[in-house]
Ligand binder design. Sequence first.
Ligand SMILES: Nc1ncnc2c1ncn2[C@@H]1O[C@H](COP(=O)(O)OP(=O)(O)OP(=O)(O)O)[C@@H](O)[C@H]1O
Ligand SMILES: [Mg+2]
Length: 260
Amino acid sequence: MTLNSPSYQVVNLGVDFIVGREKKSILSELNFTVGKGEFLSICGPSGTGKTTLLRALCGLVATTPGSLVRYAEDEVTSPPEGVVLVFQNYSASLLPWRSVARNVALGLEGKVPRAEMNERISRALELVGLAGSKKDYPWRLSGGMQQRVQIARALAVRPDVLLMDEPFGALDAMTKSAMQDELQRLRDATNATVVFVTHDIEEAVYLSDRVLVINGTPATITHEIGVDLPRPRDQITTKESDEYLKLRHKVHQAIHAVAP
Ligand SMILES: Nc1ncnc2c1ncn2[C@@H]1O[C@H](COP(=O)(O)OP(=O)(O)OP(=O)(O)O)[C@@H](O)[C@H]1O
Ligand SMILES: [Mg+2]
């Protein structure tokens, strides 16, 4: 794969669910690519199909005939190597009987030598500010801390692509902005591709290179907004700039436009 080739290519993506006896069309004719190293946000009202879209990028839902999801040249039918999904519901994704460090180890076991695994676990926990909680158990941590364990688990894999489903939605404002900056820093350092689902318009604009808005039943892409703000970005100066405020306005209008 060349450096500028797309990481993901999505063509005519549709997802239907059968609810009772009825077919419910959730996503229809979604067409987009995700560039290598791009930070792409997906925004849209609750229940429109954002989580379903991320699951489709991992091959975890059946798609309609004619749909194509391709990652690094290959059609996706199961979670691709190098792609990690950070779930919306962190409490269901951590194993309560494993310590924090053993939870972070989950994606590494059997794949890297023990010494490297321990080094990666320590580094990932340091990055999310949980170096002191290695031996603790998830159920003894606050919600925000549990979500940081899940993020550490994803980072420890050193993924090419991070698919993140409202990863900071449950965090308090201070932890949230610290995690946003940490994620930016990590992205810059690793050039990982990020597909980021969020309800938070400010977060989408602050972090992204591009925002896709999905809406409607079934959901389609209703707006695509490029975010050409200079990097590195800063919680104060970026958010005070005219360009940022204009983009925030634009994304807000797009999300609140009447669904097609
Ligand atoms: N396995 C399933 N079977 C049937 N219907 C489903 C299934 N998973 C999701 N749905 C339905 O698909 C629609 C989209 O769900 P999804 O979780 O993708 O929405 P979302 O945009 O992520 O919402 P939120 O912002 O609240 O997280 C909803 O109407 C939901 O009820
Ligand atoms: Mg969701």
